[in-house]
Design a protein. Structure first.
Length: 364
């Protein structure tokens, strides 16, 4: 009898990046980057422009080979192999479709050789056209398609050879917000149904958080943190990750006592400061949704008053800007709850922050 309570064994490692460095002249784009990606995972490389995420993707593809280090895919060392001898499909930001070929022929472009006879190619193309929902557009040329449709064609072409690894280089950045949201959901659903290993490069944190199994946060050619979306958002490994992933208010503080910070007149409990030394300079980060306001803050240890400096209506939520003797905070709450605070007639508001929600790091 199957024991459904038994832990699921981890999937085998499919891709290993070991101490990879990439130099362009004197510029170091990647510095001793190491990473393991498991079979069937959807992993996102996330970071600001120039952090090295695209360079790492291109090193894996062999388009910009690593200066040093080792890359192993499915047990095969591919470090020195040209792109054509590596097992991957890739989708670029620019789509890179052939303007003189229709949808079917764009998808079929890489299906060549004795293993792809004509009838097999036609069957595979028809399967992919259906998979990405372009049956009614199969005879159209790229110029006749919307941006989202062109991206679907590029995705189908990348999947045509059934690659072991799918690489996505900022695949949705050229699309408008509504299409981008819909298409990223479709990409994730497609990846889950096919079970392939996928790596996506993005600078859009919402995109990475919403569809990734794990996120690789990068900065200045190095990996800052690897973790699930929840780990990266709730337990950032560094001040950089805390400030880059998700929205947060940040302020300089000093460790007043074990697990306590002081910023100007405000003294707050901070579990994250437990490892710091009293008197040490620190930087605190607080997510807007973690700030308690008005009645919710009453009776909370360490509650303090703040000036309401502004209110932004954002549809389902409202963002409230708070000021305490030079310390700026942000709070978010459901729009319907805003009425209970009566902010139109309130200048000062009681504020509290749970100790376990104050992300604290040494201020270097």
């Amino acid at each position: 009898m199957l024991d459904v309570t038994a832990p699921v064994p981890p999937r085998p490692v499919y891709l290993t990046v070991q101490d990879v460095t990439k130099r362009f002249g004197r510029f170091v784009a990647l510095e001793q980057v190491s990473l393991e990606v498991r079979e069937g995972e959807f992993v996102s490389f996330l970071g600001p422009s120039g952090c090295g995420k695209t360079t790492l993707l291109r090193a894996i593809a062999g388009l910009d080979p690593a200066t040093q280090g080792r890359i192993v895919q499915a047990g095969r060392d591919i470090t020195l192999l040209p792109p054509g001898q590596r097992d991957f499909g890739i989708v670029f930001q620019s789509y890179a479709l052939f303007p003189n070929l229709d949808v079917r022929r764009n998808i079929a472009y890489g299906l060549r050789g004795p293993e792809w006879p004509r009838d097999k190619v036609q069957a595979r193309v028809a399967e992919l056209v259906s998979m990405v929902g372009l049956e009614q557009h199969a005879t159209k040329f790229p110029a006749q398609l919307s941006g989202g449709q062109q991206q679907r064609v590029a995705l189908a072409r990348a999947l045509a050879n059934r690659p072991g690894l799918l690489l996505l280089d900022e695949p949705l950045s050229a699309l408008d917000a509504i299409v981008r949201t819909r298409l990223r959901t479709e990409i994730r659903a497609l990846q889950k149904s096919l079970g392939g290993t996928t790596i996506m490069v993005t600078h859009d944190q919402e995109e990475a958080l919403s569809i990734s199994d794990r996120i690789v946060v990068m900065s200045q050619g190095r990996i800052e943190q690897v973790g699930t979306p929840e780990e990266v958002y709730r337990r950032p490994a560094s001040a950089f990750v805390a400030g880059f992933v998700g929205r947060s208010g940040s302020f300089a503080a000093q460790v007043e006592a074990p697990s306590r910070l002081r910023a100007g007149p405000v003294s707050i409990e901070a579990s994250g400061a437990a490892s710091l030394t009293p008197g040490q300079a620190a930087r605190a980060f607080i997510r807007p949704e973690d700030v308690l306001l008005g009645p919710d803050a009453q009776g909370h240890a360490g509650a303090f008053e703040a000036i309401v400096a502004g209110v932004e209506f954002l549809g389902p939520v409202c963002r409230i800007h708070l000021l305490v003797e030079g310390v700026r905070l942000e709070a978010e709450l459901p729009s319907d709850k805003l009425r209970t605070l009566n902010l139109a007639h309130v200048v000062r508001l009681l504020v509290a922050i749970p100790a376990d929600r104050v992300m604290t790091y040494p201020d270097v």
